[in-house]
Design a protein around this ligand. Sequence first.
Ligand code: AVJ
Length: 327
Amino acid sequence: MPEFVQIHKNNDAALRAELAAGLLAEPPRAAPKFFYDALGSRLFDAITELAEYYPTRTEAAIFAAHGAAMAQRVPPHAVLVDLGAGNCAKAARLFPVLRPGGYVAVDISVDYLRDAMGELQQRHRHVPMLGLGMDFSARLALPPAAADWLERHDLAAAPRCVFYPGSSIGNFDPGESLVLLRQAHALCAAGGAGGGILIGVDRVKDKAVLEPAYDDALGVTAAFNRNLLLNVNALLGSDFAPARWRHVAFYDEAASRIEMHLASDGAQTVRWPGGERRFADGERLHTEDSHKWTPEAFEALLREAGFGPATHWTDGRGWFSVFWAPA
Ligand code: AVJ
């Protein structure tokens, strides 16, 4: 049976303080983690089915086509450390090729991991599995409870493979990405020889491809963006009216990133217990950045973070890359 450890949970008071500070900031913002309440997670799943949203299916095709080549780099019986594992589906598909010796699924809440890991354990009975509830965006390191678990399963000296698919790294700016990758490197380097990182990265490409991926014809991404306001209302007790906010998504070529915002339709005041903010007509609430990388720049970032020379696999159009870099 998988074991579960909840390290720290974002408590409501801290989330409320973070939200209020963001709403009062100049310019106002709310972090992308606030997209993912139950409905937001479903809307994201719907986004991945859209014709315009290429990253998920492109990455899946790269894993399907090059999984065997990846397995030549990733040592067998490594401990697979899955960052933002969620429903564990991406890692599950790689189990037959990567043949991990242990599986550590990390997500903000172990509750998300329970069902998925229970099922995965049924299919791979002899692979020890640990669910870790922690916010690795604050700091990525294995807690003492995980070290104990590795010890108990004879995995303390096994190589470690950090698995970070989906181009989720794109939500971090380059400086924050470097910090996270350095921590990932330290985590790998603390295990046996041969470990490293397997990471999916969305690439710089034509605006004409990027912008529709974040502003689709059906308006699913717009609904995903606006749903953040409902989640904020639930968490903070605010009175955002989603219908009064317009979805804005554009590619900033100089910064190599998609920016998503919600623009106020008319002047309005949003209130919550202990605070309020007036928004002018058209004023924007910044909800997400999604950074895009060239393979050269991402490889240099991995080197700067302490990893060895990277290998990467891509699709026929060169839209997405999966990197392997040894620790
Ligand atoms: C989950 C962060 C990889 O940036 O493409 C999809 C989130 N936002 N559509 C991305 C997202 C709008 C997604 N990541």
